[in-house]
Design a protein around this ligand. Structure first.
Ligand code: NAG
Ligand code: NAG
Ligand code: NAG
Length: 808
């Protein structure tokens, strides 16, 4: 009991001025009591003053107060702490806000030592945190006069600046003017990123701080350096110096991937994000810091900070600046809309800021020459994870099949070392080493986590790896706050390394300023659109977009079709590649049709298959496609209102038409809803559509795109349906497709389809494999059973677009 009082009273001392007379008396009484009780030993403990500027902000709420509580638990036996939360608001408001944060957002559950003493310590901690208004220079002077009263006892003073960077210089000046500890204690000032936008702005910031703070007083925090997976890289390398050192070079390592994937988008923080973009937000700092830990020479004297820093800086200086050929950029679909909404921009305004990027770093030294370090980060991707993958060269050539176990050099698996740096829920072990590599040494405190050995990591079973996790599971801020307290500057960013890192990224940032990023769908829909390859010094997307349309050169729509399916051209590849080629093909045929007949008439189907084409056209061809001269027809339509989710027209509209400038009169939905109801025979909607189709030159649609069901149906022509035998109607009603519970549809018939100039059948996904394999026997022609075999053009050309999933 007395123990708490002792601390509480000691710490309240700076606040005496705020006491009323009676409070003052009470404090004096308690002070004398506690001094007696606590004895001289504790009263003489050195003091540490912590000031969090921006102490009521989000970061403080989320991490800092908890992090400092964890520090308090760790260190309060040896030191007497005072914690001050500072902000610009008056104490009347700030007191309450701070108290609430301490109550709501700091807990023993989040503590690194949630033991039985924790609650008592937490009560103690809450009682020694006070609020200060810090706005003017004299506020700083007052604060520092109060905390500096017993200069001889002051061990150190830590300012944590959780404020926007433009405020750093002013605060640094106030600190320098009257806030240095006067009795020999240390001063440390923690800064949060961003540290500039490029080389010159980072240099400006450094210049503004240098008159006030010495280099060893500045702690630029990069919270990634406090993540357990990142903190483990150097110890791992040190422990394996003997075995792995000779493997850790370009002779053995093919490439290193340093990755940070996020699932969330930038919504809600566009004002910040759009100023920075993914390269400044995470690549210049987090990923480049990780790169240094993987690639730098190990210090010979591991306790020497100077040698560590020298090696880190030398590596960065040996790293070639990244140019545009060494990087790709992209932006998620919808970013511009969010940006317009949040920043009140006009519909005509655009932003080119990338939300995804990949770039390769090359180091000009003998150890790493020609080894790409591929850094990649992005928002709105398929998963949240961060990792470093060191991939070894595969030089074994195996003669017999003997000994194909995983430890054998000839096993098919890649030899690799993986560090999970962003490991949500600690789903993965922290470090994995392929079993074909020498068994690694790890510090004795590391253990083998209890993870399912059948879990797959990069398509390989966990049991093919040696794997470990370090014992500590504390959040990054806690780790870095503790490092700062101990003066461990190694875990922070110094000004020389910061400038060297900006030097690497600034040329790329400059060269992409006006470059349009590739647009990606986001999440799982992104597919393999962002996949890229590294070849020599260049890094490029695997799936290339079509080139700008050349009206003079449309004679051959495909330059090199070697594949055939049922004796007709086959376009195949991964789904994205198939869609890209189809879109390019449509583009070419559209150009040809417009040149020859003044307009392009295309009929499109419903269902899920064509949706990716629609999105592709809307996003990637919005500026190029001849929308004004294109007419959109429907291949088939369900008998539902146009605002029904099952409406094919609604899908076409929502995925494509609403984004592109197609004239209203060029859009031809099927008339499924007329006076008498949905597809009522009395309304003769089929006749209406057939007569609309006479608008099409010679009644021949330029292009009809068909999907195919796994039963072989095309359009809404289902197996064994009587529509097959009626060859006169151009448009018909059918009751074929029971799968979606909407049996009635309107459809083009074979009479219309087989008159077309071009027909493409688009087939995607594994579910279609069975049917594709049936069709691969050319002799199978049975429209009644497999309606797709009823597509036989009178004069036109037919193509098959079948992705690998469906074809193999
Ligand atoms: C702080 O705690 C409150 C109450 O539990 C919670 O609603 C809020 O999300 C927390 N804030 C942060 C930043 O963790
Ligand atoms: C290693 O570095 C530390 C800290 O700089 C120094 O005290 C120590 O003497 C060095 N050891 C050797 C063997 O150089
Ligand atoms: C569709 O539109 C009709 C009126 O035109 C309306 O009554 C109905 O609620 C709408 N349905 C949907 C799903 O929006």
């Amino acid at each position: 009991m007395f123990h708490y009082l002792c601390l509480a009273v000691t710490m309240k001392a700076p606040n005496l001025r705020m006491c009323t007379t009676s409070c003052f008396l009470l404090v004096i009484i308690l002070s004398s009591l506690s001094l007696q009780a606590c004895g001289s030993q504790k009263a003489n403990r050195p003091t540490v003053n912590v000031i969090i500027v921006g102490g009521t902000g989000d970061l403080a709420k989320k991490y800092l107060w908890q992090g400092f509580f964890n520090l308090y638990q760790e260190q309060n036996d040896g030191f007497t702490f005072s914690f001050i939360g500072a902000a610009r608001m008056a104490a009347t408001e700030g007191d309450g806000q701070l108290a609430k944060i301490l109550q709501d957002n700091v807990s023993c559950a989040k503590s690194v030592r949630p033991d039985e003493n924790c609650e008592a310590k937490l009560t103690e901690y809450r009682s020694i945190v006070t609020y200060r208004k810090l706005k003017t220079a004299s506020d700083y002077a007052d604060l520092c006069r109060d905390i500096g009263q017993d200069a001889a006892k002051e061990h150190g003073r830590l300012f944590y600046l959780s404020v926007p960077p433009f405020a750093y210089a002013g605060i640094a000046e106030s600190i320098a003017r009257g806030c240095r500890p006067s009795g020999g204690g240390w001063l440390r000032v923690v800064l949060e990123k961003p540290f500039g936008r490029d080389y010159s702005s980072a240099q400006d910031l450094a210049k503004k701080l240098s008159p006030y703070l010495r280099e060893e007083e500045i702690y630029r925090i990069d919270h990634y350096l406090g993540k357990i997976g990142v903190e483990s890289i150097l110890p791992f390398r040190l422990f394996n110096q003997d075995t792995h050192k000779k493997l850790w070079d370009g002779e053995h390592i093919e490439r290193v991937e340093i990755v940070m994937k996020e699932k969330i988008d930038s919504k809600g923080r566009l004002e910040f994000y759009d100023e920075y973009g993914v390269i400044r937000d995470v690549m210049q700092n987090h990923l480049t810091e990780i790169f240094t830990l993987v690639a730098m020479e190990l210090p010979r004297n591991i306790t020497s900070r100077a040698e560590f820093l020298d090696n880190k800086i030398r590596l960065l200086e040996q790293t070639r600046p990244v140019n545009a050929e060494q990087a790709v950029i992209a932006q998620y679909n919808g970013y511009v809309d969010q940006w317009r909404e949040e920043l009140g921009k006009d519909q005509s305004e655009e932003t080119l800021v990338p939300t995804f990027a990949a770039g390769s770093l090359f180091v000009k030294n003998p150890r790493w020459s020609d080894v790409p370090f591929v850094l990649m980060a992005g928002k709105k991707l398929d998963e949240r994870v961060g990792y470093v993958r060191v991939i070894f060269r595969d030089d074994a050539i195996c003669v017999t099949n003997a000994g194909s176990g995983s430890q054998n050099k000839c096993a098919k698996n890649r030899q690799q070392v993986i560090f999970f740096t962003g490991n949500p829920g600690l789903k993965y072990p922290t470090i994995l080493v392929s079993k074909q590599l020498p068994k690694p040494q790890v510090p004795p405190s590391w253990s083998i986590p209890d993870t399912d050995p059948n879990m797959e990591i990069f398509n390989e079973k966990l049991s093919n790896f040696y794997y470990f996790s370090p014992p500590k599971d504390q959040d990054a801020y806690t780790s870095l706050i503790s490092a700062c307290f101990k003066g461990d500057q190694q875990k922070f960013v110094g000004s020389r390394d910061l400038m060297a890192s900006w030097n690497i990224w600034t040329p790329l940032l400059k060269s992409i300023e006006n470059q349009k990023p590739r647009i990606y769908e986001g999440g799982d829909d992104t597919g393999s659109w962002l996949d890229f390859k590294v070849k020599g010094q260049t890094l490029s997307y695997i799936h290339q977009l079509g080139n700008a349309f050349d009206y003079q050169n449309v004679g051959s729509t495909f330059t090199s079709i070697s594949d055939q399916f049922r004796s007709q051209p086959l376009i195949t590849g991964e789904k994205e590649s198939v869609i890209t080629q189809l879109a390019q093909h449509l583009f070419n045929i559209a150009g040809q049709a417009i040149r020859e007949r003044g307009s392009f008439h295309i009929a499109l189907p419903g269902g899920s298959t064509p949706k990716s084409l629609f999105t592709h056209l809307a996003i990637r061809m919005s500026n190029r496609f001849p929308w004004h001269d294109t007419h959109f027809w429907m291949v088939d339509e369900r008998c539902v209102p146009f605002n029904h989710t099952a409406s094919n027209f609604k899908q076409l509209h929502d995925s494509l038409l609403k984004y592109v400038p197609v004239p209203y009169l060029n859009i031809h939905p099927m008339p499924v809803k007329l006076a008498s109801g949905l597809c009522a025979a009395a309304d003769r909607g089929t006749n209406t559509y057939a007569s609309d189709l006479t608008l099409v030159p010679e009644g021949r649609l330029d292009y009809i795109l068909l999907g195919m069901g796994s039963d072989g149906h095309v359009a809404s022509i289902f197996p064994n349906h009587k529509i097959m035998t009626d060859t006169t109607a151009e448009v018909a009603l059918t009751d074929g497709g029971p799968q979606d519970g909407i049996p009635h549809r309107m459809t083009l018939t074979f009479a219309t389809i087989n008159k077309a100039r071009h027909v493409g059948v688009l087939i995607l996904g594994r579910a279609k494999r069975g049917m594709v394999s049936v069709l691969s026997s050319e002799g199978v022609v049975n429209p009644l059973r497999y309606p797709v075999t009823g597509v036989r053009l009178e004069q036109g050309e037919q193509y098959w677009y079948i992705d690998h999933d469906a074809l193999l």
